[in-house]
Structure formats: C-alpha cells, structure tokens
Design a protein around this ligand. Structure first.
Ligand code: AMP
Length: 502
C-alpha cells in the first residue's frame, strides 16, 4: 500500500469534491475539487522542474491557498517539503539552502539565490503559478513508504546551527489520525486558521485535521484580533498560540456570544498561563484545551476533550505515544520529581538532517527522544512543563526552575507577566533575574517580600528589570536568549539591587 500521506488526502478530496475546503476573507472559497486540481497542476509543474522522490523543495512564501497546494504537490511527487519562516533574512536563507540542497526554492516574489528559484505570488517569468496554469493536472501519486521523508522542519534554534527535523510520511499520518480521534474531529467542523503555515502547528496539526476529515477552514492570512472576532461565529474550532488568547481577551468585542458556536479552543507552542486560562473561562465559559508538541515529534500530550482540563498542565500522552520523566542518566523518575521529558512513538522524527551525531545524542538506546523540555508528571499521569532545559538556571550549584518563580511573580496584583532568566555571576556562576511587565511601579523589594516566605533564598531574583513587553516570536514563545543578552552584564555593573524600566 502507498504510505504517501497525499494518497490519503486524495481519497478525501474526491469524496468531498464539491464541498468548501478553504473559505477566504474576501468571501470566495476553494472546494476540495479546486484544491485537488491546483495541487495536480502544481505537481505537474514540479515534475517538469525535475522534482522527484526524496528531492527537497524549500519554500518561503506568504500564507495563501496556493502555498497549501504547493505543500500537497510536493508530497504528491514524493518530494520533501521544507518550509521557512517568512521573517528569515537573506543570509539565514542562504544557510538553509546550503544545508538542505534543494532541487527547487520557491519564494513569494523574485529574489536571487544560487539555486533554481521560482516565485509563487506573482505571474511572469520564473513563476511557478504560470507554469502550473499551463500544464494539465497530474494525477499520479508517487509511491512512498511510511519511513520515507515528507518534510524537514528547521527548528528555531536559538543557539548554534538550526537543525532540520526529518519527518516521515508515517510520522505525519499517525499524528494526524491520533489528533482527529482524540479531539473528536467532525466532518462539519469549521477551523478558524490564523496560524502561520511554516510551522508544525499551522501546517500539520491544523491543516491535516481539516484535509483528512473533509471538514473546512476559514483561512486567514495572519492573526488579527478583529478578523478573529468577525469569523469566530461561523467557526467551531480555533487553534492558537497563547498570544491569540491574551490578545482576544484584550478586545471588548470578544464576548461570550462571539464564542457560542465554538466547540474547541486549542492552545499550544508556548505555555498558557493559568491567569489566561481562567480569564478566558470567565469571559467565554470555555476551558481552553492545552496540548504540547514540537517540530521533532508533532503532538505528544493533550488535555482531554471530555474530562478535566487542568490549567497550567499539558495533559496526558496521546494514545500510542509514551512519555517519561528522567534524570540525566536516563533513569525514570517517579511522579512529583522534575526531570527531562522523553517521548517515544510513531510520531517521533527520523533524526536531524545530516547531523548523525546530534541525532545519536538526542535519542536513548531504547528509542526515547530527549525533548529538551523539563517537566513533571503527577500521580494520574498528567504532565506539566517547567521550561526548556537550556533555560534552567544553576545558581551556586543549585537548580532553579524559572516557571516556579514566574508563577509566583505573575500572581502579584498588578503584574501582567514575567520571565525569569539566569545570567553570569562572579560568585554564583549564574544569578536569577526577573524581567517583569506590570501596571504598577514594581521594585525588586516588592517581589522579595512576596517570595521570601515561599521560596528558598537562592531562587529569589537578585535583580528586577521592568519592560513594556516580553520579546516573543511568531509562535508566542518568549525569547529568553534576547533577555539573557540584554542582561548579560548586570552583575559586573556597580548598581543598586534593583533596575528601573528599560
Ligand atoms: P517548536 O519546535 O517550534 O514547535 O517548539 C517546541 C517547543 O515549544 C517545545 O519543546 C516546548 O518547549 C514548547 N511548547 C510547545 N507546546 C507547549 C506548551 N503547551 N506549553 C509549554 N511549552 C510548549
């Protein structure tokens, strides 16, 4: 049997041919037949460009239905889809092109690179769209095994070289099937799609659920609060990052009525605070379902569809996926102890592209993948993430988990949010700094007063920095590296205990 994920899509496209698949903000829609047609033409154009099984197609384009067709066409011809964040600059892109060695690079509008490059968002010379419109749709679906590569996702890699996570047809198919069942996906679901499509969340989780069930999506080019408020009443599911939810809560137009027809709000890619979870429930009556995943694995854990969704936790391992908490040596830790989160299952990637040593380092002998996240599991098997391993602060030889401190600071009235980081310190190796966004004129002493009775002294921040907002990437992840750079020299300065706003 052909394990090409596109073969699965093809069956659904034929069965739902006349139904709407993507509704666009201008009121037009693509049916499944339109999508199958556009994909077939794009596949023919790719074949004409010499793209075949195993060939990489690197893509840096804006979010349009054509971009979805290009993704599907790459799968159809057996190619390997390599999406790039649209924010990447020329020199970053040059690295990905050298590393991925694609047969084809597709960009939004023309640009010069060393490899064969076509454009997607314009017509004329060098336009993939032009080429696709001049050929007959190709119906042939390349034969692929489940272990063959379907995509490479470059991790956002804040340190060192960005690594390409190799995902197979088997990885993508199994994770999509699992989520569709676990989240009770229905053919009449309407997904409000406002995530970028160069990332696992928007490209795989969101899109696959729709395309494998013959449901539909309202396909927005980007996140915009007003657009979401406008389209929520005609949707049934929203998948978002935590910033979607905090921004929605910031709008007076976002009311209980607007969300009345929604059956599921999903959050992931970054931690959803308990405050946001609770404020959301108060405003709308909905309890957001938080799940946890990553480029290398797709989704690993989820709060339940039915049953208790617990704020601040990422729920249970998904069916067919095993998870455990370990110490550095790889020994399993009992419930209640903090350690590294490891996962194993059909969702786990095939390794890092052309990095066999790095791949070996990140896998245990028994097949578990070290996610690099630190967490804790409770007696019922529910997981909570306490942060990335690299964000762990080691002060005076003792481990400090930022999340523990952030939760306490966030609970101080007037504090909007906080990020706790470690920076070099002459005595302690690293010292804790709290970066705080607040409505009030908060000082280090105010925080110390609150934390003294709750936290050991070595965990208490030695400096406090007020900022207007925390630096975040498009997926809502706080960029702690940026904060660490900003604060790197704090302890070589001859300053008071507390710093003012920056
Ligand atoms: P990416 O590969 O860009 O999707 O990033 C994956 C990382 O995002 C994970 O390893 C986690 O550190 C983080 N992440 C994803 N989902 C959550 C969540 N629900 N809560 C906290 N962190 C998350």
């Amino acid at each position: 049997m052909n394990a090409n994920l596109f073969a699965r899509f093809n069956i659904v496209f034929a069965a739902h041919a006349a139904e709407a698949c993507m509704r666009l903000p201008d009121g037009t829609a693509w049916t499944f037949d339109d999508l199958q047609h556009a994909t077939g033409r794009m596949a023919a154009a790719l074949r004409e460009e010499g793209v075949g099984p195993g060939d990489r197609v690197v893509v840096q384009v804006s979010k349009t239905p054509d971009a979805i067709a290009l993704y599907l066409a790459t799968l159809q011809v057996g190619g390997v889809y390599v999406p790039l964040n649209t924010d990447y600059t020329g020199s970053e892109v040059a690295y990905f092109l050298r590393d991925a060695e694609p047969s084809l690079f597709v960009v939004g509008v023309g640009s010069k690179t060393g490899v064969t490059t076509l454009t997607l968002d314009e017509y004329g010379e060098g336009s993939l769209k032009d080429l696709a419109s001049s050929v007959d749709p190709d119906r042939h679906v390349a034969e692929r095994r489940s272990e063959d590569l379907a995509a490479i996702l470059y991790t956002s890699g804040t340190t060192g070289r960005s690594k390409g996570a190799m995902l197979t047809h088997g990885n993508l198919t199994s994770n999509a099937d699992t989520l569709i069942t676990y989240w009770g996906w229905r053919p009449d679901d309407v997904l409000l799609h406002a995530l970028p499509i160069y990332h696992v969340h928007g490209l795989f989780v969101a899109t696959h659920c729709v395309l494998l069930t013959g449901s539909s999506m309202i396909f927005l080019p980007r996140f915009d609060v007003d657009a979401l408020v406008q389209h929520l009443p005609s949707s049934t599911v929203l998948m978002g990052v935590p910033t979607f939810y905090t921004r929605l809560l910031g709008s007076v137009l976002f009311t209980r009525e607007v969300t009345a027809g929604i059956r599921l709000f999903v959050s992931g890619s970054a931690p959803l605070t308990e405050q946001t979870f609770e404020a959301f429930e108060q405003r709308t009556g909905h309890r957001i379902l938080e799940r946890y995943g990553m480029s290398e694995t797709g989704m690993n854990t989820s709060n339940p569809l039915h049953g208790k969704r617990t704020a601040g936790t990422v729920g249970f391992p998904l069916p067919g996926i095993e998870a455990r908490i370990t110490n550095e040596a790889g020994g399993s830790l009992p419930p209640g102890e903090i350690g590294g989160i490891e996962v194993r299952g059909p969702n786990v990637f095939a390794g890092y592209w052309r990095m066999p040593e790095k791949t070996r380092d990140e896998f245990r002998d028994d097949g578990y993948f070290k996610t690099g996240d630190m967490g804790i599991v409770d007696a019922e098997g529910r997981y909570t993430i306490v942060g990335r391993e690299k964000d762990l602060v080691i002060s005076g030889g003792l481990n400090v988990y930022p999340k523990e401190i952030e939760l306490l600071i966030d609970a101080i009235p007037g504090v909007i949010e906080s990020a706790v980081i470690g920076v070099p310190h002459p005595d302690f190796g690293e010292a804790v700094i709290a970066v705080v966004v607040s409505d009030i004129d908060i000082e280090l002493d105010d925080v110390t007063v609150v934390l003294t009775s709750k936290l050991a002294r070595f965990k208490q921040p030695k400096r406090l920095l007020r900022v207007d907002e925390l630096p975040r990437n498009a997926m809502g992840k706080v960029q702690k590296n940026t904060l660490r750079d900003l604060c790197a020299d704090r302890f070589s300065w001859d300053t008071q205990n507390s710093e003012g706003a920056v």
